[in-house]
Design a protein around this ligand. Structure first.
Ligand SMILES: NCCCC[C@H](N)C(=O)NCC(=O)O
Length: 420
């Protein structure tokens, strides 16, 4: 390990440009979400087809995590971030010229694959360039800075889309991704602490098995699962319809309140980073407390007689948003329990938790809503408060499952540490 390189000015330069690539990745990921109305017109698509775009992109993202983790351990972060940026640039360029649904989907698949390569690679760079308590803080800051990407798609991208049009807006996003491809080649290095391809000689299957066998990886997976599935469920599908159709909130207010998620991530990320660095033995308790707070607020909102007042809905959103920074604790478990040669694989495994949890929850909530509507003879509104109350309660089942596994794996991880 080259100590001279750690925490050096060059470390900050590498980290800065890696973060830039991640900010770009988040802006590419979220850009389609603000272009829904234009996409419906351009592709002459139904709401279901529009939803397919998001689901396809997320399935690609989650499905790519383990292969990306394996490639990361073999080839290192620099190649992965470079390839991710190039794939996203190509995907957005393709989307800019696409005129039908299959072309649009192909573009989003490329964006999803490219996006999948960036976050875990930035995390893998951290122990190569930094040491000690800086790592958990920088892990949190990575997630926090990434939120700036969402602001890019919410504001400048959206303005260009409205003012100049689809092709120009997506071409500019493609240009942004391409710019980070160039800056990654120019400035991002694996550094002297990267052992190179020698790390990648181990069999693929055995590397996955080695990472998963480690109780710290499984604790990280269930931590990510428990903290992130509710924010993903809310942001990706059910938050907006629940606020507008279930709680009778004005659509513009509901969209505006979604910015709460960015603000909470920016404020809470560094605080949680410092807390986890200082109190490593309390990491799981911090995550469990945040999941507990989300559940308490969901219970208050769902049990509230009639529509809940605005203040409690805002509190609910703050709590759900706290799940984002809390999920980063999962990556900290992966890092502290695994040797560097399987860290990418372990991080990829952890990063699937909150997405797998969200797919299941999103689907089951929709299924329950449909069943309740059918049980009522398919009369009246599909989306209504009593139906949301029942369907959204499914989140308690998933959260309790996740928390139970966190406690089980925590016990095993502690036993593992005691035996070391
Ligand atoms: N401060 C918010 C961080 C959110 C992290 C999020 N749960 C996550 O796992 N992100 C992975 C990614 O690729 O962005």
């Amino acid at each position: 390990m080259s100590q001279a390189q750690l925490n050096s000015p060059k470390s900050w330069l590498v980290f800065g440009f890696a973060i830039l690539a991640y900010i770009s990745a988040i802006s590419q990921r979220t850009s389609f979400g603000v272009a829904g109305i234009q996409a419906t017109e351009r592709f002459d698509a139904s709401a279901q087809i529009l939803a397919t775009f998001s689901v396809v992109q997320l399935v690609v993202y989650a499905g790519a995590q383990v292969p990306v983790g394996l490639l990361l351990d073999k080839f290192g972060p620099r190649i992965l971030i470079t390839s991710g940026a190039l794939l996203m640039a190509a995907g957005q360029a393709f989307l800019a010229i696409s005129v039908n649904v299959p072309m649009g989907l192909a573009g989003r698949v490329m964006v999803g694959m490219g996006d999948a390569m960036v976050f875990v690679s930035v995390l893998k760079l951290l122990p190569l360039w930094f040491s000690g308590s800086r790592i958990p803080v920088l892990t949190q800051l990575t997630g926090t800075f990434g939120q700036l990407g969402q602001l890019i798609s919410l504001f400048p991208f959206h303005m260009i889309l409205l003012g100049v049009g689809w092709s120009a807006a997506f071409s500019i996003m493609s240009g942004f991704a391409f710019a980070t491809f160039i800056t990654t080649i120019a400035f991002v290095r694996n550094g002297k602490n990267w052992d190179g391809h020698g790390e990648g000689e181990q069999e693929t299957g055995s590397r996955i098995a080695q990472a998963w066998k480690q109780p710290g990886t499984r604790l990280g997976f269930w931590t990510h699962f428990s903290t992130a599935f509710m924010i993903n469920t809310f942001m990706m599908t059910w938050g907006y319809p629940f606020l507008v159709e279930g709680q009778g909130m004005d659509g513009a207010l509901a969209s505006g309140l979604m910015a709460v998620f960015v603000v909470v991530a920016i404020v809470l990320g560094p605080i949680l980073g410092a807390l986890t660095a200082r109190h490593a033995s309390q990491r799981s308790n911090i995550a469990l407390s945040i999941v507990g707070s989300i559940l308490a607020l969901w219970a208050a909102v769902l049990l509230w007689p009639g529509q809940a007042p605005l203040w409690i809905l805002v509190l609910l959103m703050v709590a759900i948003a706290a799940g984002g920074p809390a999920s980063v604790i999962g990556f900290d478990f992966a890092r502290t329990f695994n040797p560097p040669r399987v860290l990418g694989t372990a991080t990829g495994l952890v990063n699937t938790g909150g997405f797998i949890g969200a797919f299941v929850t999103i689907y089951v909530i929709g299924f329950i809503m449909d069943m309740l509507h059918k049980a009522n003879g398919s009369v009246g509104e599909l989306y209504n408060l009593p139906a949301f109350r029942v369907a959204l309660s499914f989140q308690f089942v998933m959260a309790l499952l996740g928390m139970a596994f966190m406690v089980i794996e925590r016990r095993k991880a502690r036993r593992f540490l005691a035996e070391q």
